[in-house]
Structures are given as structure tokens and as C-alpha cells.
Design a protein around this ligand. Structure first.
Ligand SMILES: *Cc1c(COP(=O)(O)O)cnc(C)c1O
Length: 395
């Protein structure tokens, strides 16, 4: 066999991806993540970021984080249970627990590390059960794949299907083991909100634990941006409240808020927490300052929510019906190649908005995923809505 032959399978897969308009490339930015970014020397209006509250380059966050780098240095030097916990790590955990109204919180290196570690730690055994929404994030799916538990996927946000699947599963007649229902709070591609009352009712009826992923709800929904429980006025009801510091808070790291016992257990059992060097102290400082800004001043989530209403109105008026109650506004396109063309036309018009394709969404159901920030102006959003309608008509 010659040297090239052993890589033939890989070359073939790359060719397949390219032929199907599924090949991804990077777009390195030359500016911080704000509502406007520089790409290839051009300024673009950014409608694709998860930094919903425009915190990544907030002057207060930068100043506080820069001072933390000076004081604490860069790397953390160890895992959380060895030498990688500083006072900033524990302060951030206390602040998160306060913000979510819980006894305790635990910070992971990312939201992905949290989900992929927490689920196997909570439901490790072959006699355990996990019920998971079909549109849950990849990190939840990986968490389910990492356990011996029986994983049952229910129809998207369909609580009748969830109840029926629990009943049909044998969970109710088990002799050992326990069960978990897990769902995104705000679904990352469609921007819709979990039916939390329905989920809690099913959990209560059958005696399962509940876990909700607040990656796209923290800082976004609820009058003060406190997330899913505030949105439904059901404080303290979710057993395992997971989230990330990497989206609306503009920093990095995942977290779980819950009882002290839950947090103690996760610190001792979660492989992604135990066997990984902790995040840098300055990263904790960025999260702390962003959380402090959000806690002290709920005007950012209010502005974000007003922007979403304005943008959906403007899109609909331009002939592109759109609805969302979160910062994510999906615009259906369908064909993968067309979605890429629309996104390309929008780049030419000075707007950065991502085309989302299989495998992130189903085949033939490509979307433009508009993501808004609290700092977008109404003028910018009206302009973007008109350009999106034009691009769809032309592509
Ligand atoms: C982004 C995301 C994650 C992962 O969080 P990171 O901090 O980016 O690793 C987990 N769950 C959902 C729903 C997400 O959108």
C-alpha cells in the first residue's frame, strides 16, 4: 500500500462533504466579538453571535479581566481538585448559585464538558433511564452516549409523547435505578422554549429528576434575564440547572446550579471536571464581572427582547414571516446550496449571518440562524431584515 492509499477514505469523505455543500471553513475575525466585526478588512454587521448581551468586549469586563491577568497570571496550572482552584473560581460559583437561587454551583471548563460529564455521572448504570428531547444539543447527546443507562428520545417539546414513552419504557415497574428528563431550555437552532410546566408535571408524576440546559436562556429570557425559571415564574423547580458562561455572558465555562449535595457529588464523580486543567483565573474574572453587570442592570435583556420583537416585525413586513421569543430567530431556507448562497449575498451586503446545515439541522431543512444582541440598533435590524428578504428572493 502506498502512503496516499491509507488516507483515501478521508479524501473521499471530504469530497462527499464538498459535493453536498456540507464542507465547513473558518472565517477568522480581526476584531473582538461585538455587534460589528472586521472580516477580511471589511466591517460587517454581526447577526450570528451567541454573545447576546455584547459582553465579550464590554469595557468594564475588559478592565476587570486585564487586572485579573496582572494579578493571577495566565494558566491555572492544575485541575480543580488539585491546584487549579483560585478564589476567583469559588467566587464565580457562589455568584452563579446566588443568581439562580440555588444552594451551590459548580463550574466546568465548558458547557460541553458539563453536559458530557454530568449526565453519565448522574445516570451511570444499566438500570438508569434518561429521557431526552430529540432536538437537544450535541453535548447532551454525547452525555447520553457516555452512559450504560437506557436513553429514550422523545418528540421535540412534546410532553404527551414524553409521558407515553415513560409509561411504555418499563421505568415505572423498575426494581432499581433512577431516571432523568433532560432538555434544552431554549433550543439552539429553532430558538423555541421548552414546555417547562409540562416537563415538571411529567417528572413529578413519574418520579424523575429534571435537568435543563440554559445555554441560550440565561441573560435572554425572564424580565431580568435570569432564565427559564423566571420566564415561567417557577423558581427553584428544576433539579439540575445547567448553563454556560460562553454565550450571553461573553466569557467561557459551563456550570451546574443545584443543591449542595448535587454539587458535592458532581465534584467527586464527574470525569470531565476531575481530569481536566481548570479554566484560567482571568476567565473566571470575566464571567464574574459579566454576571455582576447582568445582576445589577436588567436593561440589557430588556433591550435584547425589544430588538427581537422589532426584528421579527420588520422581517414579516418584508415578506419573510418570522417569530421568536428568544435571541435566536430561525429563517427557513431548505436547500443547503441556497442557504449558502443567501449567506454569501448577505456578506456582500455587509451582514454576517450563518447558514445552518445538516448535520446541525435535518437534511434539506437548512436555515439562516439570526442571533440578535442587546446592542443592535433598530435601524441596523430594519436594514438587515430588508437585505435578508432581498437575498432570499435573489438566491
Ligand atoms: C453552546 C451550547 C453548549 C455548550 O456550551 P459551551 O460552553 O460552548 O461548550 C451546551 N448546550 C447548548 C444548548 C449550547 O447551545
Amino acid at each position: 500500500m502506498n502512503a496516499a492509499a491509507k488516507w483515501q477514505w478521508l479524501e473521499e469523505e471530504l469530497s462527499r462533504l464538498k459535493a453536498n455543500n456540507l464542507f465547513r471553513t473558518l472565517r477568522p475575525l480581526s476584531s473582538p466579538q461585538r455587534s460589528h466585526v472586521i472580516w477580511q478588512g471589511r466591517e460587517l454587521l454581526l447577526l450570528a453571535s451567541n454573545a447576546y448581551l455584547d459582553m465579550c468586549a464590554d469595557p468594564e469586563v475588559i478592565a476587570y479581566t486585564a487586572q485579573a491577568v496582572q494579578k493571577w497570571g495566565c494558566g491555572s496550572g492544575g485541575s480543580r481538585l488539585t491546584t487549579g482552584t483560585t478564589e476567583l473560581h469559588t467566587r464565580l460559583e457562589e455568584a452563579l448559585a446566588d443568581f439562580k437561587g440555588r444552594e451551590a454551583a459548580i463550574v466546568f471548563n465548558s458547557g460541553f464538558a458539563a453536559n458530557s460529564g454530568v449526565i453519565p455521572a448522574l445516570c451511570p448504570g444499566a438500570d438508569d433511564w434518561i429521557f431526552s428531547d430529540e432536538l437537544n444539543h450535541a453535548s447532551i447527546i454525547d452525555g447520553c452516549r457516555g452512559t450504560k443507562a437506557r436513553c429514550i428520545v422523545y418528540r421535540h417539546n412534546d410532553m404527551a409523547d414524553l409521558s407515553q414513552k415513560i409509561l411504555a419504557s418499563g421505568f415505572c415497574t423498575r426494581v432499581s435505578g433512577h431516571g432523568l428528563i433532560v432538555s434544552d431550555a431554549v433550543f439552539s437552532m429553532d430558538g423555541d422554549i421548552v414546555d417547562l410546566p409540562g416537563m415538571l408535571a411529567a417528572a413529578e408524576r413519574f418520579g424523575l429528576l429534571t435537568m435543563v440546559d440554559e445555554a441560550h436562556s440565561t441573560g435572554v429570557i425572564g424580565a431580568a434575564g435570569r432564565g427559564i425559571e423566571e420566564h415561567f415564574a417557577l423558581p427553584g423547580r428544576v433539579d439540575i440547572l445547567m448553563g454556560t458562561l460562553s454565550k450571553s455572558l461573553g466569557a467561557e465555562g459551563g456550570y451546574v446550579c443545584g443543591s449542595q449535595a448535587l454539587v458535592d457529588y458532581l465534584r467527586n464523580k464527574c470525569r470531565s471536571y476531575i481530569f481536566s486543567t481548570s479554566l484560567a483565573p482571568a476567565t473566571m474574572a470575566a464571567g464574574l464581572k459579566a454576571l455582576e453587570i447582568l445582576t445589577a442592570d436588567p436593561s440589557r435583556p430588556a433591550r435584547l427582547q425589544a430588538n427581537v420583537r422589532h426584528f421579527c416585525r420588520e422581517l414579516t413586513a418584508a415578506g419573510v414571516p418570522a417569530r421568536s421569543a428568544t435571541a435566536i430567530i430561525p429563517i427557513p431556507i431548505g436547500d443547503e446550496a441556497k442557504a449558502v448562497r443567501v449567506s454569501q449575498l448577505l456578506l456582500e451586503a455587509g451582514i454576517f449571518i450563518s447558514a445552518i446545515r445538516y448535520p446541525t439541522v435535518k437534511r434539506g431543512q437548512a436555515i439562516l440562524r439570526a442571533a440578535l444582541m442587546s446592542s443592535h440598533t433598530e435601524t441596523e435590524l430594519s436594514f438587515a431584515a430588508r437585505e435578508i428578504a432581498k437575498a432570499i428572493a435573489r438566491a
